[in-house]
Design a protein around this ligand. Sequence first.
Ligand code: C2E
Ligand code: CA
Ligand code: CA
Length: 637
Amino acid sequence: MRLHNSEAVDPTEAAYLRAVLEAYARQVPVLYVILTISAVTLAASHLRVAPLALAVAAPAVLIAICTLRIVTWARRRNRPMDYPAARRALRTANILGPVLGAGFLGWALALFQYSDPFLQAHVIFFCGFTVVSCIFCQLHARTAALGVTLAVVPALTLFLLTRGQPTLVAIGVNLALVSAAMVRMLFVHSRSFREMILGQLETKRLSDENYRLANLDSLTSLPNRRRFFARLDEAIENVGSRGRFVVGVIDLDGFKPINDLYGHIAGDKVLIEAGDRLAAAAGDDTFISRLGGDEFAVIFAGSVSDAEALGFAERMCAALQAPFALQGGSAKISASVGLVSSDQCGGSAKLLYERADYALYFAKGARRGHPVMFSAEHETAIRRFHAVEQALMSADIDREFSLNYQPIVDARTGKVGSLEALARWTSPTAGVVSPADFIPVAERSELINYITQALLRRALADAAAWPDHVGLSFNLSARDLSPEAMLGIIGLVRASGLDPKRLVFEITETAAMRDFALAESALNALHALGVGVALDDFGAGHSSLTYVRLLPLDEIKIDRGFILDIERDPTSRDITRSMVDLCRNLKLACVIEGVETETQRDILTGLGCRLMQGYLFSPPLKAEDIPLRLGDALLAA
Ligand code: C2E
Ligand code: CA
Ligand code: CA
């Protein structure tokens, strides 16, 4: 039997009442069956001595009522009952119990006068037995048990005491004493029953609370990572019956600067609101969770098509683009979403998640601020990634890796100011692999630190052979900014004996953003060493001017993306001009990357740019080709 909770009812009381009713519903039919059988035997034993009204009619009426009660309680079993109905049922039982008890007693005592001593014993046994079984069967429902006892015992005792027969008097006294003891037991038992039920309720409450805590993200109150994967498993299991679904991994772009610059409280506020906005933008049948940090996940269920899921995800991205109000200002972020449909799952939640995550990685690179659906091309790229990973694991770094150098030129004089070292890898198994392919793979582990240091050692040695005024630019990865890796890098620079002023380390904007505090302390350490620091690929990532101002930088390298269509697109030209002006105002050197044509060079010179790098001036060169290919350009200006 279940109770619907209705309002204004103490849930503990409701649950207790439910427990009482459940126990009662189990016992009461037994009680009525015992009563019915006993009444039949008593009636039968008096059939020949008592009038028919007493031996047949009266018990028939009483037994009919008992049967009705058996049916009523049997039908109540496993049927939901609301709180008021449950209370009514118990109240009826409380009233009907004593009335029936009195009825049976009256009937039995009426038979007494027709009985011989044996039959009298049967009557007394029937009455006493009724009381005892009533109390036993109603131990959980104290009021009902007490009602029956009060309706039967005093009257029966009085009856026996007043018979003037010593044996009956003794039975009366016995009966009263046994009943008193039973009533005491009834009180003790019903109290401990109540305590047990309340204890069970508390245990259940605690375990519900534990379940809630284990499955909810405490900051946003959204389901957490554990719940997300459990839900994903459920979705995969039900894919046959409930149709396909689409999983999305959502990553906020530009959240870290808010945390770094405005503090964690502001960051938390943004995350909470982002969670709310995502939930509001999601359609029905959408499950949103926070995986951790600034990463959320979503499951679009209900047989959505790829196009529908992309539409929902686009709406979510748009919802996050509105500014977030913060104390003393507002902040803007965006979100990229990687999606994958259940058709691609191969039965594994892990695989689905990895593919969505890959689509997200792709979105961040190519379609930042928008959703991307995992596709066959992505599958090929992943295979390539794994192949590169395999080859890299077994690569002999010192033998298979080399360096090329690309000059950074003063476009007005044509003189080389410095050379940027660029890694090259020819693998015996994978062939020539572009750094754009192997650097991201190496960056996933500490292998990148080994590669960086092996190549830096070589670059420092090569640079020692160049004229003193020619500098060396060397690329660092985010993982190279850790204190341990920094120690190794600084040690190599010191040991090389190269004038630190000739050395510039390039760090991409994305690497600097990954952990602002770490980047800041690494750059400070490099500054203390006397080397320069350049922000690489500026404008390609999620730029934050605040970053540029806060980091100890000497140089900015403007990303090739802006130069690509500078000849045709006035907007690219305007953006480049404002970046060049920014460098001038901040007194930072400015290098333009990827200059390929003379027209580009002339436009850039017109915008006030001097330092340029690109195929127009020279492709990356082998160290031994530098003197031959650059010749005069290497001479001091
Ligand atoms: P990056 O640091 O932005 O390097 C410039 C890239 O642009 C180089 O590609 C270079 O060959 C290419 N490039 C130069 N001029 C032009 C041009 O006029 N047009 C075009 N289309 N491309 C031009 P590369 O050597 O393939 O390197 C790709 C990226 O790999 C680098 O981008 C850098 O982020 C990373 N990388 C290369 N070597 C290293 C390294 O030793 N350590 C680390 N951490 N990253 C490296
Ligand atoms: Ca670079
Ligand atoms: Ca660059």
